[in-house]
Design a protein around this ligand. Structure first.
Ligand SMILES: NC(=O)c1ccc[n+]([C@@H]2O[C@H](COP(=O)([O-])OP(=O)(O)OC[C@H]3O[C@@H](n4cnc5c(N)ncnc54)[C@H](OP(=O)(O)O)[C@@H]3O)[C@@H](O)[C@H]2O)c1
Length: 329
C-alpha cells in the first residue's frame, strides 16, 4: 500500500492523480476541514474517468502533529509520499510552520520506522538548500546555513529534511525532492496561485529578482518516477524547469491574460524605505525576508534528475494550463 500525506494540497492532489492513473491503490490523508473537492477538480482537468480513479483512493484522517493518527495511517504501508506541510511566509504563522514542518515530519519518520515502512519520498524545497556555488548556480551540494532574516519556512524545511535524513540513517529508503516555486492550476487565493491571480488582472510593476519554477505535474511525475521506477536511495534532487526573472514570468502571465506586460521597475531601495508602511498595510504578513526575495537572483540546476532521463515541461505551457483551468472553472 502507498500512503500520500497532504493529499488535499496542490502537490498531493497531482500526486494522487499520477499514482491513480498508473492504477495504483493509494491511502490518502486529509484533516477534518480538508477540501477533497479540490482533488476532484484537479482530476477533472486531466480525465473524464474521475469516479473510476477515485475508487482507488482510501481516505483516512491524519494530522501530522497527532502521532497516533500517523501510526494508524502508515499501518500496512510500504511507501510513504510526504507532502503535508504549512506553506507560508507569514511571520504570524511561525509557530505553526515550525511545528508542522519539523515535528510533523519527525512524526512521519518515526511512524514509518515503527511500522516497518520501506520507502519515504519527502517533498522538501529549494528553501532547504544553501547559497550558490562558485559557478553562481545552486545545486544539491550547496549546504544550507543559518543567516539573519531567514524565514521560518526556510528553517522549517531544512530542519524537516534533516529529520528525513535521520530516518535514512536508521534504515529507511529515502528520496528527497527539492522543488523550486511550484506552478499549477487552482488555489487562486494562496501561494503561486495568488501570484498568478494578481498578475493576470494586470500588474504594471516588477522587481529585479530571478528564481526557479517547476510545473506541479512534473513534481508529481518526478516523485513517482524516482520512487517506483528507480532504485535511488539516500539522494536529494532539485526539481526545476526554468530560472526566470519576475519580469519574464509576469510577462508570460500577462500574455495569456491579454494584459499589458509589466513595465515599471521597482528598485530595491524604494522597498526598504517603504517597509514600515508595507508592514502596517499587510498587518505583518510580509516580512523583510519576503521582500528581499523579490530582489534576489537565484539560479537552480536540475542536472542531477535530468541525467536520469527526466524532462521538464516549459513554464510557458504551465502558465497556459493555469489560464485555461481558471477560465474553465
Ligand atoms: N507550493 C510551492 O511553491 C512549493 C515549493 C517547494 C516545495 N513545496 C513543498 O511541497 C509540499 C506541498 O506543498 P503544496 O504547495 O501542495 O501545499 P498546500 O497546497 O498548502 O498543501 C498542503 C497540504 O498539507 C496538509 N497539511 C497542512 N498541515 C497539516 C497538518 N498539520 N497535518 C496534516 N496535514 C496537513 C494540507 O491539508 P489541508 O487541506 O487540510 O489544509 C494540504 O493537504 C510542501 O512540503 C511544501 O513545503 C511547495
Amino acid at each position: 500500500m502507498i500512503l500520500v500525506t497532504g493529499a488535499t494540497g496542490l502537490v498531493g492532489a497531482h500526486l494522487l492523480y499520477e499514482l491513480c492513473s498508473r492504477g495504483q491503490r493509494v491511502r490518502a490523508t486529509r484533516r477534518a476541514n480538508s477540501n477533497t473537492n479540490f482533488v476532484k477538480w484537479v482530476f477533472k482537468l486531466y480525465t473524464d474517468n474521475v469516479s473510476e480513479l477515485f475508487e482507488l483512493i482510501e481516505w483516512v484522517d491524519a494530522e501530522v502533529l497527532d502521532y497516533q493518527s500517523l501510526l494508524d495511517a502508515t499501518n500496512g504501508v510500504s511507501i510513504v509520499f510526504h507532502t503535508a506541510a504549512t506553506v507560508s511566509f507569514s511571520p504570524s504563522q511561525e509557530q505553526n510552520i515550525l511545528a508542522t514542518n519539523i515535528r510533523g515530519t519527525a512524526n512521519v519518520v518515526d511512524a514509518c520506522l515503527e511500522n516497518g515502512v520501506k520507502t519515504l519520498c519527502h517533498v522538501s524545497s529549494i528553501a532547504a538548500l544553501g547559497d550558490r556555488n562558485n559557478n553562481g548556480i545552486i545545486d544539491e551540494e550547496c549546504k544550507w546555513q543559518k543567516s539573519k532574516g531567514q524565514s521560518a519556512y526556510a528553517r522549517s524545511k531544512f530542519l524537516g529534511e534533516n529529520e528525513v535524513w535521520r530516518g535514512y540513517e536508521q534504515g529507511l529508503r529515502v528520496i528527497v525532492v527539492n522543488p523550486s516555486v511550484i506552478l499549477g492550476p487552482g488555489r487562486w487565493n494562496s501561494g503561486s496561485g495568488q501570484l498568478f491571480s494578481m498578475v493576470s488582472k494586470g500588474m504594471p510593476f516588477y522587481t529585479d529578482g530571478v528564481t526557479g519554477y517547476v510545473d506541479v505535474r512534473d513534481v508529481a511525475k518526478a516523485m513517482v518516477f524516482l520512487t517506483l521506477d528507480t532504485e535511488v536511495n539516500g539522494k536529494r534532487f532539485i526539481l526545476n524547469s526554468e530560472n526566470l526573472s519576475f519580469k519574464d514570468l509576469f510577462s508570460l502571465i500577462a500574455a495569456v491574460s491579454h494584459k499589458r506586460k509589466p513595465f515599471i521597475r521597482i528598485p530595491e531601495t524604494l522597498i526598504h524605505i517603504m517597509y514600515p508602511l508595507i508592514f502596517v498595510v499587510t498587518m505583518g504578513k510580509v516580512s523583510k525576508a519576503n521582500l528581499k526575495s523579490a530582489f534576489t537572483k537565484s539560479y537552480y540546476s536540475a542536472d542531477k534528475i535530468q541525467a536520469l532521463g527526466f524532462t521538464f515541461t516549459p513554464i510557458a505551457q504551465t502558465i497556459q494550463l493555469m489560464a485555461k483551468a481558471r477560465d474553465g472553472r
